[in-house]
Ligand binder design. Sequence first.
Ligand code: UDP
Length: 477
Amino acid sequence: MDSERASALPPHVLIFPLPIQGPVKCMLKLAELFCINGLKVTFLNSQHIQRCLSSCTNTESYFQRYPNFRFETVPDGLPEDNPRTVNEFFEMLDSMKAVGVPLFREMVTSGPYGPNSENPITCIVADGAFCFAVDIAKQIGVPLLYFDTMSPCCVWTYLCLPKLIEAGEVPFKGDNLDEIVVNAPGKEGFLRRRDLPGFYRTKDLNDPNIQSVLKENRNLPLSQGLILNTFEELDASILSEMSKVCPKIYAVGPLHTHVKTRLRTGTTSNSILKEDRSCIPWLDMQPLKSVLFVSIGSLAVMTKEQLMEIWYGLVNSGTRFLWVRRPGSVVGLDKEFEISMDFSQATKERGYIVSWAPQEEVLAHPAIGGFLTHSGWNSTLESIVEGKPMICWPYYVDQQVNSRYVGEFWKLGLDMKDICDRVKVEGMIKELMELKKDEFCRRANHLANIAKASVHEGGSSYKNLDQLIQDIKSMTF
Ligand code: UDP
C-alpha cells in the first residue's frame, strides 16, 4: 500500500490471537480499548473459538457498544470434536497454519480487507507465536505489531535462549534443577533451572517448543512493536533489558482493569466456557478473606494422584474453599472420587465446587483471601490487581517463571513448583491464609494500588496505550 493512500485511510486494525482462552481473552480487551479510542477493529478468531465464545458470552454486546468492531473467522482445520488440549498444541498450530492462514492471507491481500478493497487493513496485531504474520504484513505493506500475551519475565527468558544455548546452560548438564541460571534474566540472578519454561528441561534442541521460541526471537525485530499485558512498575527491570533487543515496547496492562477503568463499567467476560455464577451468592455468605480460590485455568491438567494430594492438603488445612473442577482437567478422574469430593463433609461445611467460575469477579470478592493457581499470566495479573496472595502450582510455558517471580521477586505468595504433596499443600495454605496472612496481604494491597493507578489518567499504562494508538494512527510501513 502506498504511504499516501495509507495515511488517508481510517485506521483499521486486524487482531489475530492464538485460538486459546488466555490470548483470546486479553486480545479482546485490547480490541475494546482500541474501539473506545476510535480505531476500527476486525477480530479474527478460529471458527471453533468463535462458536465457544458465542455460546458462553454475549458477543452482541460488542456490536452494541462498538459499531466499529467486527468478528471474522477462519477454520483451524481440526474436526469439531478434537479436544484441542494443550498436549496437542502443535497439532492445532500446524493445522491452523495449513488451513486457516492461507484464508487469512487471502482475506487481507485480495479479499474483503485487501489494499484495494473498501475496507483495507492498515495494521496487524498478531500473537507473538504467529511468525507467518511478518510475511503477510510485508506483502500488503502494513505495520505489524506483535502481542505476547504471556508474562514479560517469560518473554525475557525466551529472548535469552540463544545466549543460554551458546553458554551451554541449555540443555541442562546434570539433573540439578536448583542450579542458578547465569545468562537469564539479567541482574536479578534468582532464577533456577526449574524456574525456566518447563520445556527448557529438554535434552534435545530440536524440541518443537525450543525451535519455535528461536524462530519467534528472529521474527520479533521484523515487527514495528511489541505489546505486553503488564504495567511498567511491575516489570521495570525486565522491560529495560528487553528494550535493548526489541522493537518499541508498549506495556498497556493489566488489560482487564484498563478496559473497566476507561469504560467506567463492567465488561463482557470473554469466556469461552460457561460460567457458573452460583458461587457468588455462596461467597457473599462467607467471612472476609476467609476463602481460598482454587483453579488451574483453561488448559492445565493434573493426574488423579495430584488431585488427591491437593484435595487432602486443602481439606486437612480446614480452610474454606471455592474449587474450579474444569471438565477434562483431571486425567483419569474416576466418578467415585468426583462424587466423594462433591459430597464430602468438607465441601458441605466450608466449600463450593464449580466447573468454571466468573474468575475476575471471584478474585475481586471480599471473601476471597488467597488463590491456589497454576500461575497463568492472566490469572496472576487478575490476582495482583485484586490484592490476593497466591500459592503457585505451575504447569507449563510461562507458569514456571511466573511462580518464581510471585514467590521470590514480588513476594506475593508461595511457589509450590514441582511438588505435589498433601502435607506441603496443607502447610502452604496455613502459611498463606493464617500465619503470614497480614504480611502477604499488605504487600499484595500495595501492588494492587500501583496496578490500578497505572491504568488511570496519567498512569504508565494509560500513557502507553495513548502512545500505541497514536502510533497506529500515524504508522506507515
Ligand atoms: N478463568 C475463568 N474462570 C475459571 C478459570 C479461569 O474465567 O474458572 C479465566 C481467568 O479469569 C483467566 C483465564 O481464564 O483470564 C485463564 O488464563 P490464564 O492465562 O491464567 O491461564 P490459561 O488458561 O491460559 O492456562
